[in-house]
Design a protein around this ligand. Structure first.
Ligand SMILES: O=C(O)CCC(=O)C(=O)O
Ligand SMILES: [Fe+2]
Length: 287
């Protein structure tokens, strides 16, 4: 069935309360992750709100890069064929890996969905070759990467504690090569609103945080027993909040207690617009 105009009603978890180990907030978090596996994480006035302030600027930088012609020197130098690991339903995507970053190009429609992935380990080891149009933003990218990493680890620590998973076993050493990456998402306004730009999938790895300018993601509608139906609902944008979902590796670690969220990416509603966002994928290798 096609998507409809339903809006998902996801829990809004307060980051500061979580960082202060508020029992009620932790319970709300666990409940959200056991049911749909996705929630909004409000940064509000927390010490992490700087992430939020840095994002719009970084998106501008991303647009400058993505709007370069596909045969430009900068883009060509970033390309190198590569593969992402693990199960992903978005197998129709082509993946290219730059010397120290990854550039993902979706062929539907050809060369119109671009996202740039910055591999964390290479970045932290100083092996990160930033294209000229992004290099003035290096400091901001660093701050965002570190901030998102801290936020995601705060959430992860509370979840692991609640579902008796040994956090140390997950071994997320930032210097060890992994697929953990920061991904800049950009899509020019060529498709009708609500068009599916990435088919449904679950993420591999532990957890993902996303930020979108406008509604850009959908999740299935679930029935009263929590079973997935054929219908889809839009994931609203909540001001001051990141969107977070559980991924396959964490679901497996806790024997399915936390749900790896099925989701898909869509173009924003309303008149045709650019689709812009920022995604941080925590994907250490150790299972
Ligand atoms: O927003 C997008 O383009 C896709 C985000 C996503 O679901 C992913 O990278 O796994
Ligand atoms: Fe995803």
């Amino acid at each position: 069935m096609a998507s409809n105009d339903k809006n998902a009603s996801l829990a809004v978890i307060d980051y500061e309360a979580l960082a202060n180990k508020d029992g009620g907030e932790i319970q709300k978090l666990v409940q959200a992750c056991e049911s749909v596996g996705m929630f909004h994480l409000s940064l509000g006035n927390s010490r992490m709100k700087a992430i939020y302030e840095d994002i719009p600027n970084l998106l501008e930088a991303g647009s400058a890069f993505f709007s370069l012609p596909s045969d430009s020197e900068e883009k060509r130098q970033s390309l190198r064929e590569g593969m992402e690991r693990g199960y992903h339903a978005a197998k129709t995507f082509e993946y290219y890996e730059a010397r120290c970053t990854r550039l993902v190009i979706c062929p539907l429609p050809v060369l119109t969905v671009l996202s740039r992935q910055i591999a964390r380990d290479e970045y932290l080891q100083g092996k990160w070759a930033l294209p000229a149009s992004l290099s003035p933003y290096e400091e901001r990218i660093t701050r965002i990467l570190q901030g998102l990493n801290r936020v995601i680890h705060t959430v992860l620590a509370e979840l692991c504690d609640s579902v008796q998973v040994d956090l140390a076993e997950l071994s997320d050493d930032p210097m060890v090569p992994s697929d953990t990456a920061l991904k800049l998402v950009y899509k020019p306004p060529v498709q009708e609103p609500g068009a599916v730009v990435q088919p449904w999938h679950t993420d591999f790895g532990l957890m993902t945080t996303m930020w979108y300018e406008e509604v850009s993601a959908q999740i299935p509608v679930y029935d009263a027993e929590g079973k997935r139906t054929e219908d889809w609902q839009a994931v609203p944008v909540v001001d001051g909040a990141l969107l977070v979902n559980i991924a396959d590796q964490l679901e497996a670690k806790c024997h399915g207690r936390l749900r790896s969220t099925v989701h898909r990416a869509v173009t924003p509603p309303g008149p045709k617009k650019e689709r812009r966002g920022l995604v941080y994928l925590l994907r250490p290798y150790k299972g």
